[in-house]
Design a protein around this ligand. Sequence first.
Ligand code: SF4
Length: 410
Amino acid sequence: MDVQRKLEILADAAKYDASCASSGTEKRDSSDGKGLGSTAPGIGICHSYAPDGRCISLLKVLLTNACNYDCLYCVNRTSSNVPRARFTVDEVVKLTIDFYRRNYIEGLFLSSGIIRSADYTMEQVVSVARKLREQHHFRGYIHLKTIPEADDALITEAGKYADRLSINIEVPEEASLAKLAPEKDVRAIRRTMGRLRLKLDETQEDQKTATKAKLPRFAPAGQSTQMIVGADAASDKTILDTSANLYSSYKLKRVYYSAFSPIPDASRALPLSAPPLVREHRLYQADWLMRFYGFDVGEIVDQAEDMLDMDPKLAWALRHRGRFPLDIASASREDLLRVPGFGTRAVDRIIASRRLTSIRVSDLARLHIPAKKALPFIVLSDHRPASHLLDDAKLAERFRPAAKQLGFGF
Ligand code: SF4
């Protein structure tokens, strides 16, 4: 099979993994005339888009889509009737270098089905990164998918070459994982996440006393994971509880949420259709509220519903109308972050602006604040919402998208 055909199969097989954003790594470039590639944003990066709209600027492939495991939600499972292919280590290295030189990509996202054993597969994955870094002096971004059962030494080596390592938790609940991916062991997944966290913490400590020439290195962009949404019956609350636990226990940089995609010849244990993409979007909004806006899961999800049915910050504000309207001339940063429509940068701009002048309705556009969303909840120097507005039971309806008639599907 030629490399082009392998690429078609193995890039297609990798598209279901959403955990590949190239954020948060150290800055490197080749302006000293040595090495190849850079991680500086915006330089020579070509973006491509998956059919579902996700932006991909990495060469995102599997080393092989053959797999010993039979995870029901996965198109590459052992019982799946798909064409199989396998790259050699040198083929992936060459493709990465060629694509980088042609400005198609800014780096590599490499995952693999499990063949022979976890150690054998991980060694192959690490070999690609080792060759890129040591033989080709490649300084672009590398994200390696880590196999939880692999030997500790291999994972340490992976962290030496990769910017980011990730292990997919797959689904939020242990019972679902046992049903959908019987060969996977949630304890091994969490144990390896714990090992990665320890190594990340140790490296950070060692860097404080090391000289610049001997700075220890281990996955500078940290670790991430992915959860599939809608493959089991887990509620949004359950998913967010798991994320909160992962962030606090393993200091993950990101949890990615990937809406389940129906696959050919799927098991009857799986739903027939994908969840609405808006569910994935709401989970990302909630995830940001936890990481950057000081919200707990219990505040984000309506206890009665366990599901997010609208912008979660707006839903929280509507459940806590007594805390509004907020006078933005004097409110604390923490309170401003809870106003619908206020992003973290808008809050910083407000705090900087209000030292110099009083803020008026006409200033909202300059501060990048959507007036329609924010005005019922704030007091400005020339605006105070009508007292009955916040108590109006119909306020929530103003923010819901208009209902659409369903089509017949033909
Ligand atoms: S281990 Fe499971 S999820 Fe990963 S490639 Fe194999 S079947 Fe797919």
